[in-house]
Design a protein around this ligand. Structure first.
Ligand SMILES: *[C@@H]1O[C@H](CO)[C@@H](O)[C@H](O)[C@H]1NC(C)=O
Ligand SMILES: *[C@@H]1O[C@H](CO)[C@@H](O)[C@H](O)[C@H]1NC(C)=O
Ligand SMILES: *[C@@H]1O[C@H](CO)[C@@H](O)[C@H](O)[C@H]1NC(C)=O
Ligand SMILES: *[C@@H]1O[C@H](CO)[C@@H](O)[C@H](O)[C@H]1NC(C)=O
Ligand SMILES: *[C@@H]1O[C@H](CO)[C@@H](O)[C@H](O)[C@H]1NC(C)=O
Ligand SMILES: *[C@@H]1O[C@H](CO)[C@@H](O)[C@H](O)[C@H]1NC(C)=O
Ligand SMILES: *[C@@H]1O[C@H](CO)[C@@H](O)[C@H](O)[C@H]1NC(C)=O
Ligand SMILES: *[C@@H]1O[C@H](CO)[C@@H](O)[C@H](O)[C@H]1NC(C)=O
Length: 420
């Protein structure tokens, strides 16, 4: 059974026992061959055709002597009706039916004059190729004889280009923009010594590769630094947009290729996603455990293309931990220097502060506690305190100001100077 739309007409024909299908519309140019293929599930014997004159035809019908113009050069073979050389009289409605009329297929054949521009438009098939690439034109195969129609043999296809007199090729090893244009393929056949043919127009549009957008690396940036911890796993994504499947994005380590093999300590993997206009790709460089050795190398993400010059970005890895320790070291040294100079500058205040708050007074050799000790030494300048001066000083300090003094007697002599 053939699938059809459930129109009221269809339901009506189901009810009346005859299946009516949507007519097939065919166009043909005067003088050319056309084949109507009937696809009814039946053996060929019960099949008959109704042609525009209203006459019924089956496989045994002899049309060669027919007086009816529309029957001339019509051939029925199996499930196909072949019009070997179309004339205006072949224009009209055709149907194929089974003998018991349970199924029927309709055809509407429109015949155009050889010069018809309307036919030219309907008979055009587009083809697109790209400059500098190989290009092959294919001849369409609509409404032509099946190769197994007995008695009809194909003589092959010839190609010609509109505006040129000589025959054309259908394969271009490296197509040029000036190869664009309308090509006609001519399929020709022989039947009982006569030649028949059908033509198709193929419109070739050769596009330059520049009409493609530009492929480029989006990230990382050239000379970008990646701070890493030694021993950690690091993944660096190289993101690019490419306009052709032939474009490749991959990683280099120095000047050698990074492999995709994930059993290696450093490898890369690749994924892509089809965007509206281009393809978004990601090549991820993966370090399973960053080593010292990895830090010494430059890594390059390269975009290699057939239709534009290659581009690349180089990145470097820098150790995160070492940077921090250098800073800590410098800060530590500064702090130590500041503390040391502060301690030196305020050492007396500090000593007094500690004495006052912690009560750690110094104890002189005789075990008694004093406010001050007086020590005497011999002066080299000759200017020194006499015995009377020393007594006077002791008296003033002890009696007037209330200090308790210790006098270091072992250094005490008539000739000694004195210092407080
Ligand atoms: C073909 O049609 C003729 C009458 O035109 C009829 O005698 C003949 O039996 C038909 N043959 C088949 C196979 O239906
Ligand atoms: C042509 O041969 C194919 C099988 O090769 C067959 O399915 C088809 O029905 C045949 N067509 C005709 C018109 O005999
Ligand atoms: C073909 O049949 C359609 C209806 O299916 C009719 O409108 C049209 O006029 C017919 N064409 C010819 C040439 O008889
Ligand atoms: C018509 O014939 C086909 C086989 O040729 C058969 O399958 C179908 O049932 C028949 N239909 C009617 C209504 O007799
Ligand atoms: C097409 O252009 C190429 C150069 O681009 C030239 O060599 C060739 O002759 C041209 N062909 C025609 C048919 O003009
Ligand atoms: C197609 O080829 C045949 C046989 O070679 C020839 O007779 C016929 O004129 C050609 N048709 C066109 C439109 O070139
Ligand atoms: C690439 O490998 C990384 C790390 O093994 C993983 O996270 C990521 O999903 C992989 N990507 C693809 C596309 O396989
Ligand atoms: C890494 O690249 C820089 C320039 O980007 C270059 O000066 C340096 O020599 C390269 N180092 C190695 C190990 O290739």
């Amino acid at each position: 059974m053939v699938k059809v739309h459930l129109t009221p007409l269809f339901l009506l024909t189901i009810l009346s026992g005859v299946e009516l299908l949507r007519p097939k519309v065919l166009y043909v140019r005067e003088g050319e061959m056309v084949v109507l293929h009937c696809h009814l599930e039946a053996d060929d014997s019960g099949l008959f055709w109704t042609i525009p004159s209203g006459q019924r035809m089956n496989q045994t019908s002899d049309t060669s002597t027919s007086a009816d113009q529309s029957q001339m050069s019509v051939l029925i073979h199996g499930q196909s009706l072949v019009v070997l050389q179309t004339s205006m009289s072949h224009h009209g409605n055709y149907s194929c039916s089974l003998g018991n009329a349970s199924s029927q297929i309709w055809f509407r054949l429109t015949v155009y004059t050889a010069q018809s521009s309307e036919y030219k438009e309907k008979n055009q098939y587009p083809a697109t190729c790209f400059t500098q690439e190989p290009c092959t034109l294919y001849c369409p195969a609509a409404n032509i004889p099946c190769t197994n129609i007995s008695g009809i043999s194909s003589r092959g296809i010839t190609w010609s280009k509109e505006g040129e007199t000589s025959l054309s090729q259908s394969h271009f090893p490296s197509v040029q923009q000036n190869d664009s244009g309308v090509y006609t393929c001519n399929r020709s056949y022989t039947y009982k010594g006569q030649t028949y043919y059908k033509t198709f127009a193929v419109v070739l549009n050769v596009q330059t590769n520049e009409q493609l957008g530009e492929s480029m690396i989006l990230s990382p940036k050239q000379n970008q630094e990646f701070q890493v911890d030694l021993g950690s796993t690091v993944v660096i994504d190289c993101k690019a947009v490419v306009t052709s499947e032939a474009d490749e994005v991959f990683w280099l380590s120095g000047t050698s290729f990074v492999e995709k093999d994930d059993s290696l300590p450093v490898f890369y993997n690749y994924s892509w996603e089809q965007g509206a206009k281009d393809i978004e790709t990601t090549a991820s460089l993966i370090f399973k455990k960053v080593s010292e050795d990895d830090l010494l190398r430059n890594y390059t993400c390269k975009l290699q293309s057939d239709h534009q010059s290659s581009t690349f970005v180089t990145i470097v890895l820098t150790p995160k931990a070492r940077d921090l320790s250098v800073i800590i070291c410098i800060v530590g040294i500064i702090v130590v220097v500041l503390v040391a100079s502060a301690v030196f500058k305020f050492r007396i205040d500090l000593a007094l502060f500690l004495r006052d708050t912690l009560g750690c007074y110094g104890t002189p050799p005789d075990g008694k506690k004093y406010d001050a000790c007086l020590m005497f030494y011999k002066s080299s300048s000759g200017v020194e305190l006499g015995k009377a001066d020393r007594k006077w000083l002791e008296g003033v300090l002890e009696e007037r100001f209330g200090y308790s003094l210790c006098l270091l007697s072992e250094n005490f002599s008539e000739d000694n100077g004195m210092e407080v």
